[in-house]
Design a protein around this ligand. Structure first.
Ligand SMILES: Cc1cc2nc3c(=O)[nH]c(=O)nc-3n(C[C@H](O)[C@H](O)[C@H](O)COP(=O)(O)OP(=O)(O)OC[C@H]3O[C@@H](n4cnc5c(N)ncnc54)[C@H](O)[C@@H]3O)c2cc1C
Length: 328
């Protein structure tokens, strides 16, 4: 355990602190969809906003390195894990309430579950999120979505706990959503609750759109091997000039190429799958290789949507990780 954590949670001050479930030396591979990553010194799973606030105040006082995660479906953890504390907003904070046109979901609520409940109630606008396997906190943070939409379109308010442990409510305008970006990124804020506003729609049409989306995903995306969704960003500019990343990578002849346990999916070239025993080094080396070959053959600089988590708990686009940068 790293020196700054030796008195956690054994110190008398910590024992009385109500922060939720605390797991020591917890393998991060269990908390991400790639199934890659060494242990976190501590992983904490709070059950409500008060526990998040208690923890944030403690972390601030002790200057403890801290990383917030949801279900880890957009993250590549390092093989060395994280020397610090990982705060997971997951199943223990996943309540969903619907009243009229308003959905209020805790930060750890499962996005497809929110979409399904919206459909059942005849609320439209979330059809594009039915196949996104993460938490609403993570989706809001990334302004994620599909079919060129973002969840920000439906956000009305976001409850956060800031770095100092204060709960605040942000409006959609304050979140400043743009393509796969929000002002929350890099702010140190923890999303504990989200209010979504959805117009009424035709239930059958909403359900049909969701079924179509899921069918399309099953057809196009890898089904069984652990993965992290799209590895590279697809921007409007890229679409207009060279096409989507999957097509570009395929045209560069990289489909099926393998480094260690990491392989460019044979089903969809913008996915890297874990064929068993893949390490973060394998994935970063493969990312660097793809970027270099695409740059040479197609003349385009691919950027990563997936975030790498360093052993110090720092987050960065995976193409900026030391292992990926050195080789590119
Ligand atoms: C098969 C597959 C398909 C996918 N398809 C899509 C898609 O169509 N569109 C799309 O946008 N994404 C897609 N993704 C990526 C991913 O599911 C989304 O980005 C998702 O929103 C991430 O949620 P998460 O809970 O897993 O967040 P994580 O991956 O755990 O974290 C992502 C980011 O959000 C932050 N974060 C997470 N929760 C919180 C919180 N409560 N408070 C503050 N910060 C937080 C983390 O620090 C990190 O910066 C896909 C992934 C997979 C595996």
């Amino acid at each position: 355990m790293s020196p700054h954590l030796v008195d956690f949670p054994q110190s008398p001050a910590m024992e009385s602190l109500d922060v939720g479930r605390v797991l020591a030396d917890e393998p991060l591979a269990r908390h991400c969809s790639w199934r890659i990553g060494g242990p976190a010194d501590l992983l904490i799973e709070p059950a409500d906003g008060d526990q998040v606030a208690n923890f944030m105040r403690f972390a601030r006082e002790k200057s403890t390195p801290l990383l917030v995660i949801g279900q880890g479906t957009n993250l590549l953890f390092d093989d060395a894990g994280v020397r610090g504390i990982v705060l997971k907003i997951g199943e223990r904070m996943s309540r969903i309430d619907i009243c009229g046109n308003t959905i209020v979901a805790e930060g750890g609520a499962w996005v497809p579950q929110i979409a399904r409940q919206a459909a059942k109630t005849g609320l439209a606008g979330l059809e594009h999120t039915i196949g996104i396997p993460g938490t609403i906190g993570g989706l809001v943070m990334m302004n994620g979505g599909s079919h060129r939409k973002g969840i920000g379109d439906n956000v009305r308010r976001v409850w956060i706990v800031d770095r100092d442990g204060h709960e605040r409510v942000l409006t959609r305008e304050e979140c400043r959503f743009s393509y796969r970006h929000s002002a929350l990124q890099g702010s140190g804020a923890v999303v504990i609750r989200v209010e979504l506003q959805c117009p009424r729609g035709d239930r059958r049409q909403i359900c049909r759109a969701m079924v179509d989306d899921l069918r399309e995903r099953r057809r196009k995306f890898p089904r069984k091997e652990p993965n992290c969704g799209s590895v590279f960003l697809s921007t409007a500019e890229m679409h207009a000039t060279v096409g989507p990343p999957g097509k570009v990578i395929e045209e560069a002849g990289l489909k099926g190429i393998r480094f260690g346990g990491a392989e460019v999916s044979r089903r969809h070239a913008n996915f890297i799958v874990n064929r068993g025993g893949a390490t973060s080094r394998d994935v970063l080396a493969l990312i660097a290789h793809i970027r270099r070959v695409v740059r040479e053959k197609i003349g385009f600089d691919l950027r990563c949507e997936v975030r790498y988590v360093s052993p110090r708990g720092e987050l960065m686009p995976a193409d900026r990780a030391p292992g990926a940068a050195e080789r590119s």
